[in-house]
Design a protein around this ligand. Structure first.
Ligand code: MG
Ligand code: MG
Length: 249
């Protein structure tokens, strides 16, 4: 069952998501060679709690931190650590979730550490563009898989591959609600979108092949072929006036 949110609930989710957006913006300014991923996590938690919210990821399924930080061939769910230090040329995915007054926010960006290769920059640009194409499908009357297909068709035309083991999701009073939103599939399938639905849309895109594995830490997903991966995410409400990107400042 896909829940419909009232406009009051959507505004609460907007507040939760603006805290996520603020975290991502603040962390962007801290991304430099030599910075540990644990220090980014500490800053994120400080901002989230300072706004009266709680970090949604901390303790979720036992996850130990407030953000996921995933470097280079790490796809998603990287665990912040003092031992993991950013290096010039890395790309780093940061995923953040918050809960404010019982409503959740969730968004992610991939950022460059100093100067990065043209290949890495293009992967980031096209992954973000695939999210934008998907968001443009968040309209009353469209089908759920129109979102999925927008991601897949954008990135595969560029020669990239879609990670299939992880998906986007509904969001609201829980971090992960129905429906699941794969980043691949034919258009014109699945539920019809209605005003009040809210989705976290999150393409995870690899330069190389699509296959990924989870490391022994039980969380960090990496590409099997070692190729770079990028991840962007927004929480987006379906409204009569089109997509409302809750996690965009
Ligand atoms: Mg997320
Ligand atoms: Mg998510």
């Amino acid at each position: 069952m896909v829940s419909l949110k009232t406009s009051e609930e959507i505004e609460l989710m907007r507040r939760a998501n603006l805290i996520v957006a603020e975290v991502l913006q603040e962390l962007k300014a801290l991304i430099h060679p030599g910075v540990s991923t644990a220090s980014l996590d500490e800053k994120a938690e400080e901002i989230i709690r300072g706004r009266g919210a709680t970090p949604a990821f901390k303790g979720y399924g036992g996850f130990p931190a407030s953000i996921c930080v995933s470097i280079n061939d790490e796809v998603v769910h990287g665990i912040p650590s003092r031992k993991k230090v950013l290096e010039e040329g890395d790309i780093v995915g940061i995923d953040c979730g918050t809960c404010l007054e019982g409503y959740f926010g969730d968004a992610a960006v991939t950022l460059a550490v100093g100067d990065i290769s043209d290949d890495a920059a293009r992967l980031m640009k096209e992954t973000k563009a695939s999210l934008d194409a998907a968001i443009d499908k968040v309209r009353v009357g469209n089908r759920l898989s129109d979102i999925s297909n927008a991601v897949q068709s954008h990135v595969e035309a560029k020669g990239y591959s879609v990670v299939r083991n992880f998906v986007g999701h509904g969001i609201g009073k829980s971090l992960h609600e129905e429906p699941q939103i794969p980043n691949y599939g034919s258009s014109g399938r699945g539920i019809r979108l209605k005003a009040g639905m809210v989705f976290a849309i999150e393409p995870m895109i690899n330069i190389g092949k699509s296959e990924v594995s989870v490391l022994d830490d039980g969380w960090t997903a990496v590409t099997n072929d070692g190729s770079l991966s990028a991840h962007f995410e927004h929480s987006v409400a379906v409204t009569e006036n089109g997509p409302y990107i809750l996690s965009q400042i």
